[in-house]
Design a binder for this molecule. Structure first.
Ligand code: BGC
Length: 467
């Protein structure tokens, strides 16, 4: 009996791990596709003879695609299912990888880059949502964090791939052909993702919502055994009421509070500055006096630190809880940013700035990076989760777009430089870290160990609104 139980437990955790890893490949492609530009941008600029504004557009067009992608991903996933949404993102990645590698006109390149961005937008909400919906409460934080691990792994892999491709030829070869291989390389993980998706089931929560209870029960039995499946189905059914139809309705009903909190969290993850370092790290290092290849190496170090500390977050999020991790991590980011600002302002030797950047990345990877996605994927009730998560992710990508656009403007503004050297933007991001700490501390419940249906009840929704 004991043996049997152990075996079925082992079987189910293997099943959950397998399904989670496949879904998290959406996150890997998210990291891969957003970071590919870092290595290619210089060659693209020479190939298409881009001025500064067009160079910016080459980088930010994908982010605009992300905003578009999340705008319809929620509706799509609520109507057609979580699995179909993951397949859609895989197809978009594949088309974009091939499409960005071939064109001889810049406008065509941008169109395919935006398509890839749409894929990132879709995957950025569909992967964590799917994982949260298929895993039991006790390990849900860890499993959703696997998605963040996949994002940073994708970033690190493409840093290496770009580095490897760039070394296959001289500058002229890279300008003519090298950048094409960088983008085309994305076809391999996209095809693997699509093929593996054949093996994952539909989300049981979505199936119950669509009346396919028996099918859902079968999947949940594989996840946690028969009695787990029965109690989960009962609990999901109890939490389902009438569908909330329009987005406007989400903000008018008792869900308004959780809607605004999700949006605030999504925006705060971005305005605390992470992607300034993800997208501009080589530029920052070059400004601090590093040569081109040293800058590339330092960027890889950033990727390695990001990955290593994400592993710690995965191991601790279900024990320590979401709130302590977020508060400690965001406070650490704040201290690192202030130190970075002071070091830049008073022109302290560059090694200190590097140390501050690595400390900041470590704190982010430990907390705000993964835990934001964990919280966003678990705070909404099932029947609005798709659309609500889509709204939050829309604001996340919009904030990312604004931060990526405004960093160079703040960094190069003459009067700000006269007063603060290059320290000003870091102080701005530090101020947002304080707001993040206060928001988490005051407004968010601890969701560690609770089922999605229990979390739903935290919000104290009047029954007329929840039905
Ligand atoms: C963020 C991304 C960021 C990545 C870096 C994610 O949690 O949403 O915007 O690029 O972390 O590790």
């Amino acid at each position: 009996m004991t043996n049997e139980r152990i075996q079925s437990k082992e079987g189910s955790s293997r099943y959950i791990a397998l399904v989670t890893i496949i879904a998290a490949l959406g996150g890997l492609l998210f990291g891969y596709d957003t970071a590919v530009i870092a290595g290619a941008i210089g060659f693209l600029q020479s190939h298409f003879q881009l001025d500064a504004a067009m160079k910016g557009w080459a980088a930010s067009s994908a982010l605009l695609g992300c905003v578009v992608g999340v705008s319809f991903a929620g509706l799509f996933s609520d109507r057609l299912g979580r699995k179909a949404t993951l397949v859609l993102s895989g197809l978009l990645f594949l088309v974009s990888a091939v499409g960005t590698a071939l064109p001889n006109q810049f406008s065509l390149f941008v169109i395919f880059r935006m398509l890839g961005g749409i894929g990132v937008g879709v995957a950025s909400m569909a992967s964590p949502m799917y994982i949260a919906e298929i895993t039991p409460a006790g390990i849900r934080g860890r499993m959703v964090s696997v998605n963040q691990f996949a994002i940073v792994t994708g970033i690190l892999i493409i840093y290496f791939v770009n580095y490897f491709i760039a070394f296959q030829g001289d500058e002229a070869w890279n300008v003519a052909t090298g950048w094409r291989w960088m983008f085309a390389s994305g076809a391999i993980p996209s095809a693997i993702f699509l093929a593996l998706l054949l093996f994952v089931p539909e989300s049981p929560r979505w199936l119950v919502e669509k009346g396919q209870t028996e099918k859902a029960k079968g999947i949940l039995t594989k996840v946690g055994g028969i009695s787990f499946a029965e109690s989960e189905v009962r609990s999901i059914e109890a939490s389902l009421g009438q569908e909330v139809e329009s987005l406007g309705q989400l903000f008018k009903t008792g869900w308004r509070k959780v809607m605004f909190l999700g949006i605030a969290l999504a925006i705060l993850q971005q305005v605390t500055g992470i992607n300034v370092f993800m997208y501009y790290a080589p530029e920052i290092f070059k400004k601090l006096g590093s040569g081109a290849s040293a800058a590339l190496l330092e960027t890889i170090v950033v990727g390695v630190v990001n990955l290593s500390f994400t592993i710690i977050a995965i191991r601790t999020v279900d024990q320590l809880g979401r709130k302590p991790l977020m508060i400690i991590g965001a406070a650490g980011m704040c201290v690192s940013l202030v130190a970075m600002g002071l070091a830049a302002q008073f022109q302290v030797i560059s090694i200190w700035v590097l140390i501050c950047i690595l400390a900041y990345i470590a704190c982010f990877a430990l907390s705000v990076g993964p835990v934001t996605w964990v919280i966003l994927s678990e705070i909404y009730p099932t029947r609005i989760r798709g659309r609500a998560l889509s709204v939050a992710t829309f604001f996340l990508w919009s904030a990312n777009f604004v931060v990526s656009q405004t960093f160079p403007m703040m960094d190069e503004n003459a009067s700000l430089v006269a007063q603060f050297n290059h320290g000003f933007p870091f102080y701005v991001y530090a101020a947002f870290c304080i707001i993040l700490v206060l928001t988490i501390w005051k407004f968010f419940p601890e969701t560690k160990g609770h089922s999605l249906e229990e979390i739903e009840r935290f919000w104290d929704i009047p029954s007329s609104d929840s039905k």
